[in-house]
Design a protein around this ligand. Structure first.
Ligand code: BV8
Ligand code: ZN
Length: 279
């Protein structure tokens, strides 16, 4: 019993497996912790990006308007990290189980493994009906800033433009160069206007909300994996599943927001707990 008298979440893996096998519509809400074992920094945990950089000074439309040079160096740095990332056993376990996942981690390491399981080969198109719903965009999407054009391209070019090449060290030291001229920053391949990272910044509307709402409304089991559950509306989904009678299982290295309300809580690296839970 927690001090509030509420029931503590169960840690009983056998019981969880009984619920898993009886569930009809399972969804997974996946955060940055899912890819931590692949070497992609999280946001808030130890070594997290928001520990070093001010989220609101780099992950908002206002920050980009004020200084696209700083913001692009931050995203170039994360793109380069994501390019080195290999999927880990948590991705593999999720993909094998092919649970529709609502992912709000923008630098995924799981695409390749997901494609391999979703279409049986690693060269399949990531967009082709893989049960993966991005909520905050993708770090390799490069988006035009002109409303008249709106061109978005999945572009893994490294570096994304010559001027950003070699700026990783300055970003590591949090000493980004604020003076790269816009003309040298990534441009839209269609209209040559300044381009931006194709992610959802704070204050911007998340994507796929309607599809997410459909998945959540039908779910009778929600896995919450590697997320601090601090960003909305993603952080609301587990509670909504529970309110409609579904069950919630949290897989996290540490305690996270609202996990005491979960039905199951499995603390530890998800690259260990998830293969055991879904295996
Ligand atoms: C919205 C993209 C309206 C960029 C991200 C004022 C103005 C406007 C909005 C708001 C406002 N005040 C509050 C809001 C809402 C705001 C919000 O929630 N703010 C928070 C800070 C309070 N939300 C928004 O602005 C959203 N938009 O509300 O629009 C609207 C809504 C609906 C309909 C119409 C309009 C948009 C938010 C999007 C922000 N963009 N990313 C980028 O990538 O740079 S947020 C970023 O943080 C990620 O994308 C992710 O989604 C989010 C959460 O991070 P996590 O994934 O949870 O990662 P974190 O580091 O926090 O935690 C990692 C966890 O993993 C830890 O718990 C750790 O213990 C664990 N872990 C680590 N290793 C492992 C592990 N677990 C298991 N195994 C391991 N090995
Ligand atoms: Zn354009």
């Amino acid at each position: 019993m927690s001090d509030s008298g509420a029931l503590e979440p169960s840690r009983d893996m056998a019981e969880f497996k009984r619920v898993l096998n009886g569930a009809k519509n399972i969804i997974a809400v996946c955060g940055a912790g899912l890819s931590a074992a692949s070497g992609i920094p999280t946001f808030r945990g130890a070594g997290g990006l928001w520990r070093k950089y001010k989220a609101m000074s780099l992950a908002t439309p206002e920050a980009f308007a004020e200084n696209p040079s700083l913001v692009w160096q931050f995203y170039h740095y994360r793109r380069e990290k994501a390019l080195l990332a290999e999927p880990n056993s948590a991705h593999d376990a999720l993909a094998k189980f092919s649970i529709p996942a609502i992912r709000h981690q923008t630098a995924p390491a799981m695409d390749r493994v997901w494609k391999a399981h979703a279409q049986g080969n690693a060269d399949a198109d990531p967009a082709a009906n893989t049960p993966l719903l991005e909520m905050h965009g993708r770090i390799f999407d490069v988006m035009c800033t002109s409303n008249f054009c709106g061109h978005v391209e999945y572009d893994k070019t490294s570096p994304i433009c010559e001027a950003l090449g070699g700026t990783e060290e300055a970003v590591e030291k949090n000493a980004m160069d604020a003076t790269i001229p816009k003309s040298k920053l990534p441009r839209c391949k269609k209209c040559n206007v300044l381009a931006r990272p194709g992610v959802v910044w704070f204050g911007e509307q998340p994507i796929n909300l309607d599809k997410n709402d459909e998945l959540v409304a039908a779910a009778d089991l929600c896995l919450v994996i590697g997320t601090s559950s601090t960003v909305y509306p993603a952080a609301m989904y587990a509670g909504l599943v529970q309110m409609q009678g579904g069950k919630v299982a949290v897989f996290n290295l540490d305690r996270s927001e609202g996990d005491d309300e979960a039905d199951f809580l499995f603390l530890g690296p998800c690259e260990e707990t998830l293969p055991e839970a879904l295996g």
